[in-house]
Design a protein around this ligand. Structure first.
Ligand SMILES: Nc1nc2c(c(=O)[nH]1)N[C@H]1C(S)=C(S)[C@@H](COP(=O)(O)OP(=O)(O)OC[C@H]3O[C@@H](n4cnc5c(=O)[nH]c(N)nc54)[C@H](O)[C@@H]3O)O[C@H]1N2
Ligand SMILES: Nc1nc2c(c(=O)[nH]1)N[C@H]1C(S)=C(S)[C@@H](COP(=O)(O)OP(=O)(O)OC[C@H]3O[C@@H](n4cnc5c(=O)[nH]c(N)nc54)[C@H](O)[C@@H]3O)O[C@H]1N2
Ligand SMILES: [Mo]
Length: 570
């Protein structure tokens, strides 16, 4: 209403964006959230990175436990022996950044040994012959040299996947922004799934069902007089959502036009985006930074104005309609009063519109009225929804076995083993592997992940959770620790190639990680003094992430781009 057309969330360029684009280019659709993975029905689950059990996507974790209980085969590819790896028949401790080589070699085995789903490929595949030819050199013997995984293991795991197809699921991943070639890696994974013929099949990827809720009858917004600023001239031709870091670039450069104000809602950009220095440089160009947050986070510390939000138990939010095995719509409603002068976001938006002279665009009185109006138009009983919190949408078949039809919204109308779109835009039509840089002498690859009890950088200040996991640890291979004279539990600092030194962090000396790799749970090492329980506890993976590559297809930024050395405390 006010005329601002630029908005972005880190869930695209810093999380699942490359995965969705890799799938979009292959199947004609992204996968969204939650991923339509039939883990409950799978006979063979392949996890590449995806650390279910530490990553607490609850439904998937519960289904994973069921699959393990049923004796499904688990193949886990991770430089770290994750919790999921401990349930696996095969743990493949891949050299970080070489996964594309592994996936290409798996596909090479499926194709050369004729183990792939010929019927699916014949019926639904586009450009398979050119794809197969492009794979010719990607043998397991070649991949062994790149990945550190024995050729025999690559063959055995490929055959195991083929044995269980179509009830084999290569998890498409969630936070896939690792090394900057992520959309192509995600596409390689999508192609591997296509060879297994698991689209719309039990134990594979189901055809998610959604639920439509009618919109609120807002007046027509004024037409924007300019293009969005995050992706000027389609620099990233396949980005289909806004790129946060593109907005940051635009703020720093003033191009394609100056950006002078940010309103930041529920995202701690200092920890969330790579290269903190660039974020601070962008902030320094602003006339106004408004932050809407609950605790006094790092980003709130940079704000000109902080608008304290209510927490999720104290407020209404908009409808949440999810895609799943069955569509559903849920509401959030206050169950306790806010303790002080915090206000919910909808109230802030409404008040701002009034004070900016565009009140006519927010014509509802309160959220009850807003939600009730949308329910009425959608034929949903609002009183019942308030009572039960959720309504389920219609059921539809989600598996081919149950009569679901499959169709692909790609230019060819088929699964694109060879991508003419990519070729036309000057990219590899079949994913290619490029070796990651070697570590400088004395440095290790730094990778990150989740603690099962914490959420991003937002929960470290919660007293109960801080009791359980008060700080993160840096995982160091036992041999590496021994050679460096480091004891388990000792405090060290990490220093990256650009001289950035972390806060002190304890060593976890363990055989559960490759000797060339270090691991930190993300979200610790807070520098905001107001976060009393979390202030300077543990090390911030984000702060050490100064070097990042940008995915040329869609603008995703890599998070595993840095090497670090271990510095002993004086
Ligand atoms: N408890 C908890 N759960 C969460 C979240 C949270 O904050 N807290 N956040 C949620 C969100 S938004 C997301 S996106 C997901 C993220 O969760 P996932 O999508 O599972 O994240 P990944 O990046 O796959 O996971 C990191 C794992 O990848 C491994 N890894 C690092 N480098 C490489 C590599 O080069 N190759 C391979 N094969 N593996 C590598 C790491 O060792 C680690 O085990 O978690 C979700 N669940
Ligand atoms: N180095 C590194 N960077 C990463 C990742 C990583 O693994 N490593 N993961 C990436 C991924 S997958 C994702 S999805 C993003 C996530 O990035 P973000 O979504 O930005 O996650 P947080 O850093 O937890 O920031 C959330 C902010 O919202 C505030 N908040 C919490 N609850 C509320 C509320 O109810 N209302 C309001 N207004 N604010 C609230 C918190 O205090 C916090 O400041 O980070 C990405 N960045
Ligand atoms: Mo994420």
């Amino acid at each position: 209403a006010y005329g601002c057309i630029n908005k972005a969330a880190p869930s695209f360029a810093q999380c699942r964006g490359p995965r969705d684009i890799g799938n979009l280019l292959t199947y004609g659709t992204g996968l969204g959230s939650p991923e339509p993975t039939d883990i409950a029905g799978t006979r063979c689950l392949v996890l590449i990175g995806t650390h279910l059990g530490e990553n607490m996507h609850n439904t998937q974790v519960q289904e994973f436990a069921e699959a393990v209980g049923r004796g499904a085969t688990v193949i886990c590819v991770d430089p770290r022996y994750s919790t999921a790896a401990s349930k696996a028949k095969y743990w493949l401790p891949v050299k970080p950044g070489t996964d594309i080589a592994l996936v290409l070699a798996w596909m090479n085995v499926l194709v050369t040994e004729g183990l792939y789903d010929r019927e699916f490929v014949a019926k639904h595949g586009h450009g398979f012959d050119k794809f197969a030819a492009a794979l010719a050199e990607s043998t397991p013997e070649w991949a062994e040299k790149e990945t550190g995984i024995a050729a025999a293991t690559i063959r055995a795991t490929a055959r195991e996947m083929a044995m269980h197809r179509p009830a084999t699921l290569v998890h498409p991943g969630r936070r896939v922004n690792w090394y900057g070639d992520d959309a192509q890696r995600a596409r390689a994974v999508a192609l591997l799934n296509a060879l297994l013929g698991n689209w719309g099949r039990k134990g594979g990827l189901y055809l998610a069902a959604g639920m439509k809720v009618a919109g609120y009858p807002f007046p027509k917004y004024p037409a924007p007089g300019k293009p969005k600023a995050d992706n000027p001239d389609g620099r990233w031709p396949f980005a289909d959502e806004e790129v946060t870091t593109g907005l940051r670039d635009a703020t720093i450069t003033g191009k394609p036009y100056p950006i002078k104000g940010w309103v930041v809602y529920a995202t701690n950009l200092i920890q969330t985006l790579p290269n903190e220095k660039e974020t601070i440089e962008a902030i320094s160009k602003l006339d106004l930074l408004v932050v809407v947050d609950t605790p006094p986070s790092e980003i709130a510390g940079w704000a000109d104005v902080v608008l304290p939000d209510t927490t999720f138990l104290e407020r209404h939010d908009d409808f949440y309609s999810g895609w799943s095995r069955q569509g559903w719509t849920a509401i959030r409603q206050p169950v306790v009063a806010a303790p002080d002068e915090q206000k919910p976001a909808w109230w802030m938006a409404k008040e701002l519109s009034r004070r900016l002279g565009v009140a006519e665009f927010m014509p509802f009185k309160d959220m009850d009225e807003y939600l009730a109006a949308r329910c009425e138009k959608s034929g949903i009983d609002y009183a019942k929804l308030r009572e039960e919190g959720i309504v389920m949408g219609p059921k539809k078949p989600i598996f081919v076995e149950d009569g679901a039809e499959i169709a692909f919204d790609t230019p060819s109308g088929k699964v694109e083993f060879w991508s003419d779109q990519l070729a036309k835009a000057g990219f590899d039509p079949v994913p290619k592997y490029t070796a990651p840089e070697a570590a400088p002498q004395g440095f290790f690859r730094l990778v990150t992940g989740r603690s099962p009890v914490h959420t991003f950088s937002r929960s470290q200040t919660n007293p109960l959770l801080a009791d359980i996991v008060p700080e993160n640890e840096v995982w160091v291979n036992t041999a590496t620790a021994k050679a460096a004279g480091l004891a388990n539990g000792q405090y060290v600092k990490l220093k990256n190639e650009d001289g950035v030194v972390s806060n002190r962090v304890r060593v976890k000396a363990t055989q559960r990680i490759r000797p060339d790799t270090l691991y930190l749970v993300y979200g610790f090492g807070h520098t905001a003094r107001g976060l009393k329980r979390a202030y300077l506890r543990g090390a911030s993976a984000a702060q050490l992430n100064t070097r990042y590559k940008v995915d040329p297809l869609m603008g995703g930024t890599s998070i595993h781009g840095n090497f670090v050395a271990i510095v002993k405390e004086a």
